[in-house]
Design a protein around this ligand. Structure first.
Ligand SMILES: Cc1ncc(COP(=O)(O)O)c(C=O)c1O
Length: 422
């Protein structure tokens, strides 16, 4: 979309919601943020961004890997449509959601660098992953290769399916805190055989925070005729994505994580050429129309929460107003600041997450010396209002996942809180 059209589009999307903001109206009706202004090092700018959220005073929320708040414009769009449906649930009144949903699909496609016909609006990443797991023709003699750090929905789900259809699942391990992108790629390439049909991996692991150079891995898989599923739960909304460039066949994400959109909504990208290889999991009312409409046939599941679905457009507009590059830079900048402060404040801290930008994003996992991370996770919330994740298992540690509603001041306080419990 060319510049002026894109700006008008954003104004229209944000305008209706922004006029009813309960906090200082930074994004007023018809306003957008001039490119390049107030970005980068300008902490005051990010304080203004924070004002767009209704976070509890004093709370340091660094848990984006799990669930994110929505900014006021998104909340207001959801509330407005929810109230409208509850006021008049007639077919006539709800008829408008068809067009609004297509607007959301276009906004999402633009945001992730795809065509609208390649976007299905799902309920979450779990549903997207399972739609791919259940939708491909696989049988005895076929092999699916996974990263052993995949989320259960892209991991155990394959085992359950394999039990029924007789294909084989193989898992790839990668070294802890590996800083060598070539080595990470090679771990996957070495696991591929002439029986491999699908390669499925998290773009960024929720367990270790490590990222996979998706473009390179997908390129190799494509050359060998292998389909790729990239689970983007930890990158959709955090990184400036271009799925056509990435070259994957399937990509899944949740609105309610880094995208900061409505809850229980999500996205599944299905590359145009790969659509005929994926069977739909749900078939419902409207199938005849959906079947001929690209990825729409993968979201044909009956009554949805229309308010949530269509409000994804406002979330996309919110990202576009700040700029996906600026969001990514800020997220990476906050992670880097946490790493530096922690290294100074806690001797013996050990990072599971690599430092290299091509091998990490907004999820930072680290082990503190001599503590129970489960206990620290509880204590820092109770004493310092720091919301994070305490993990056990292979990547025993604390997970901090900061987002654009965090400030550098909160980084200081988060590190102080953790250091006080070591
Ligand atoms: C990598 C990954 N995939 C999938 C999911 C599932 O997300 P949802 O519960 O939104 O479906 C998560 C949740 O944390 C995740 O981290």
């Amino acid at each position: 979309m060319p510049g002026p059209d894109r700006r008008r589009f954003l104004s229209q999307l944000l305008g209706g919601a922004a006029v009813t903001l309960a906090t200082p109206a930074w994004l007023r009706a018809g306003e957008t943020i001039p490119a390049g202004k107030g970005r980068g090092e300008d902490e005051a700018y990010w304080h203004r961004v924070k004002e767009q959220f209704s976070l509890a005073p004093g709370l340091i929320l660094m848990n984006a890997a799990n669930l994110c708040p929505s900014p006021y414009p998104v909340q207001e769009t959801v509330f407005r449509h929810t109230r409208d449906v509850n006021r008049d649930a007639s077919f006539q009144n709800r008829g408008k959601f068809g067009a609004l949903k297509e607007e959301a699909r276009r906004a999402l496609a633009e945001y992730v660098g795809a065509s609208p016909s390649e976007i299905a609006i799902t309920r979450n990443t779990s549903e997207g992953n399972n739609s791919v797991v259940n939708g491909l023709d696989l049988g005895a003699g076929d092999e699916v290769v996974l990263w052993d750090q995949n989320h259960p929905t892209n991991n155990v789900s394959w085992d359950v399916r394999a039990r029924r259809w007789g294909f084989t699942v193989r898992r790839v391990s990668t070294p802890d805190s590996c800083e060598d992108a070539g080595q990470m790629v090679d771990s996957f390439v070495a696991a591929l055989t002439n029986r491999t049909r699908v390669l499925a991996f998290s773009h960024v692991s929720n367990a270790s925070g490590a990222g996979i150079p998706a473009m390179e891995v997908c390129r190799v898989a494509r050359e060998r005729g292998i389909l790729t599923l990239v689970d983007g739960a930890q990158t959709f909304g955090a990184l400036d994505l271009d799925l056509h460039d990435m070259g994957c066949d399937f990509f899944t994400g949740s609105s309610h994580k880094w995208f900061m959109g409505p809850k229980e909504a999500g996205l599944m990208y299905v590359r145009e050429e790969s659509q005929e290889r994926l069977w739909p999991t749900h078939v419902g009312v409207g199938w005849e129309g959906a079947e001929a409409n690209g990825a729409q046939k993968f979201e044909n599941m009956g009554q949805r929460d229309d308010a949530a679905v269509v409000s994804m457009a406002t979330a996309a507009a919110f990202h576009e107003a700040i700029g996906p590059v600026a969001v990514e830079e800020r997220v990476r900048g906050l992670v880097l600041a946490i790493r530096e402060r922690l290294t100074d404040a806690v001797s013996g801290v050990r990072f599971h997450t690599p430092l290299a930008p091509e091998l990490s994003a907004g999820v930072l996992v680290f082990a503190l010396p001599g503590v129970s991370h489960g206990e620290v996770f509880q204590e820092v919330y109770e004493t310092h209002h720091l919301a994070c994740t305490g993990r056990g298992g292979a990547f025993d540690g604390i997970r901090l996942s900061p987002h654009i509603y965090n400030t550098l001041d909160e980084v200081e306080r988060a590190v102080e809180a953790l250091a006080a419990h070591v």
